[in-house]
Structure formats: C-alpha cells, structure tokens
Design a protein around this ligand. Structure first.
Ligand SMILES: Nc1ncnc2c1ncn2[C@@H]1O[C@H](COP(=O)(O)OP(=O)(O)OP(=O)(O)O)[C@@H](O)[C@H]1O
Ligand code: NI
Length: 325
C-alpha cells in the first residue's frame, strides 16, 4: 500500500474582492504519496496555484482558507498544517516543504550573490553550524544542480546569470534543507524549450537522490507525461479526476479530461488555449450550479445542472467527479 505523506481534505479558499467573493477552490481533497511525483493540471485560473499555496497557509489577503485540513505525516507524526500558527508553519515551509515558483527572477534577491542566498536558507533554519559552513554547503549545492564553474558562480549576482541558471539556483535553494516535499509551480514555463528539458531532467535526478516527494503544477501535458506518477485534473476550483498517469492518459473518464487530452495533438505541445473544448472557464464569483463543467460538457444531463458530483472511485485508485459514472 502506498503511504500518504499529505492528506488534503475539503480545502476551500475564497477571495473577498470588491466585485464579490471569488470561490477559487472548493472542497478540494486528495492524497499525495511518499516519494511520488503528483501533478496538478488544468487550464489557467482553475486553482492549481491557490491549492498548492494553501497547503502551507501561503494565502494572502483578500484570500482566506475557509475550510479544510492538510494532514502532513512528518517524522514526528501527523500534523494538520492549517492549524499551525504563523511561526510554526514558517518553520515547516522552506524546511520540510519547499516551493519553486515559475519566475526565477522573482525568487532571487537582486541585492545578494547566489552563494549568500543559498547559505541564508540554511542559516535561518539552523541546518548549518554557521555562515562559513553555509557557504561550503552552498558550493556543494551549486555542483549538485550542475552549475558550471561553481567556485566562481557562487559569487555571481542573479543578473549575471541566465534564466536557466537562475532556476537551477532556485531549485538548489529549495533543496538546501533536504525537504520532504518539493512544490514546483510551473518551474519551467518561463524558460526556453531546451532549458526546460534540462531543468526537468535535473528535478528527476534530484528527486531520486534525495527521495523527495514532488507536487508539480503545470498546464503542459507533455511535462506531465514525462514527470508524473499520478495526476489530479482540476476544473474551475474543483478536482475533476485523479488517477495514475497511465489511467489518466489511457482511460480518461471525465469529459473535461478527455477534452484536455484531445486538445494536445502532440504531447510535447504546450496547452495555452483549449480549442477542443468550446466555451470558457466560468467566473468563480458565480460558478455554474451542479457540476461546474456542465455548460461546456457534451454529455450534460439534467442532474448535472442540479447536483454537485462527488469524487468517487471508479476503478482501483482512479477517482472521478462526474454523474456519468
Ligand atoms: N489575490 C487574488 N484575488 C482575487 N482572486 C484571486 C487571487 N488570486 C487568485 N485568485 C483567483 O483564484 C482562482 C484560481 O487562481 P490560480 O492562480 O490558483 O489559478 P491557476 O490554476 O494556478 O492558473 P494559472 O495556470 O494561470 O497559474 C482564479 O479565478 C483567480 O482569479
Ligand atoms: Ni498558477
């Protein structure tokens, strides 16, 4: 039996804006197993980033986590991450659970050299003895993420590095404290295609070396096919389907997942727009009643307008939220 490292239940986040309450994610539930790469996929605005940030309470005003629990199975036993106070969650974030965001420019401080920034991540979490030790480890990390000429690169400021090299530094910084879970939100979207492939390969290598669990957020099905063990498909703030990569690619059940896969003629093409699925993503201030996908669904029945479909297990480990099943 796979062992869960995270159990997310009923996670709900709302943004209280002037235009109204944006119901960004609604009753999102899933498990992430130890050592796997778990991908969250779906069109822009479906709630991938909000979900991944909410896992460690990284939701800023006007957003609020209104409901849910996130049980993290730490070395010291299970903890509900949503019940921790500011200081406790900050201790977990960056140490047990690290994030890599899309834009390496935004993740690095232009005022400090990269060696300092990597060392700092370890110093603040007391995982090194002192700054000297921190710089020594920072050099190891630059080697691990395959930065050429690390002895001189360690003194570089971010603007002296290419985008791909900066993302390597960000990944290195994320891995400094040997996190149990690495959350990567579109880690390669800002990079050119050849650099993307190198970064993905690097993430796979590091994952094997450190035995890290990875939560990968992307709208690129090619990346998903390459990296994911299991996949959760999100639509308009809800989970539509969860399964192994094989189940999702070979036997997609949800009409939305089917549309998503049809929209990628070649798995290496990026999905920017879904031409195969007519209509657009609904407004999350007033989402459609019943199944949120029903206005775009070719198989919608009366019940789909009335009743929210529950996520149910249709075959072993394969869950779908759809009235057709
Ligand atoms: N600060 C905010 N204020 C208001 N609404 C927000 C805010 N942040 C996110 N949202 C809303 O929450 C919903 C989910 O956004 P989220 O960023 O999670 O989407 P996503 O799936 O990550 O999309 P993308 O692929 O474009 O990154 C969207 O409708 C978005 O408009
Ligand atoms: Ni996002």
């Amino acid at each position: 039996m796979p062992e869960p490292i995270l159990e997310v239940r009923d996670l709900t986040v709302h943004f209280y804006t002037y235009a109204g309450v944006v119901k960004a994610i609604e009753s999102v539930s899933f498990d992430v197993y130890k050592g796997e790469t778990f991908a969250l996929v779906g069109e822009t605005g479906c709630g991938k980033s909000v979900t991944s940030r909410a896992l460690t309470q990284l939701i800023e005003s006007p957003g609020r986590i209104v409901k849910g629990s996130v049980i993290y199975h730490s070395d010291n036993g299970p903890i509900d991450l949503l019940k921790l106070n500011e200081e406790e969650i900050r201790e977990i974030r960056g140490k047990d659970i690290a994030y890599i965001f899309q834009d390496p420019h935004a993740s690095l401080d232009p005022l400090y050299n990269v060696g300092y920034q990597i060392a700092e991540a370890m110093v603040v979490h007391n995982t090194v003895k002192d700054w000297k030790d921190g710089f020594k480890k920072a050099l190891d990390i630059l080697k691990r993420v395959l930065i050429p000429d690390p002895e001189s690169r360690i003194k570089n400021y971010p603007h002296e590095m290419s985008g791909g090299m900066k993302q390597r530094v960000v990944i290195g910084t994320g891995l400094t404290n040997n996190p149990k879970i690495l959350i990567a939100d579109e880690p390669t979207t800002a990079l050119d295609v050849t650099v993307q492939a190198q970064i993905l390969e690097l993430m796979n290598k590091l994952k094997r070396e450190y035995n890290t669990t990875v939560i990968l957020i992307t709208h690129n099905m090619g990346v998903v096919a390459e990296m994911a063990d299991r996949i959760a498909v999100m639509y308009a703030g809800k989970i539509a389907e969860i399964g192994t990569a094989k189940q999702i690619f070979k036997n997609p059940l949800h009409p939305y997942t089917q549309g998503l896969l049809r929209a990628v003629p070649n798995p290496m093409t990026k999905i920017e727009r879904l031409e195969a699925i007519p209509g657009t993503v609904p407004n999350l201030i007033k989402p459609p009643g019943g199944c949120r996908f029903h206005p775009r669904c070719p198989f919608a029945k009366e019940i789909c307008k009335q009743k929210v479909p529950e996520l149910k297990e249709v075959e072993d480990g394969h869950f779908v939220a759809c009235h057709l099943y």
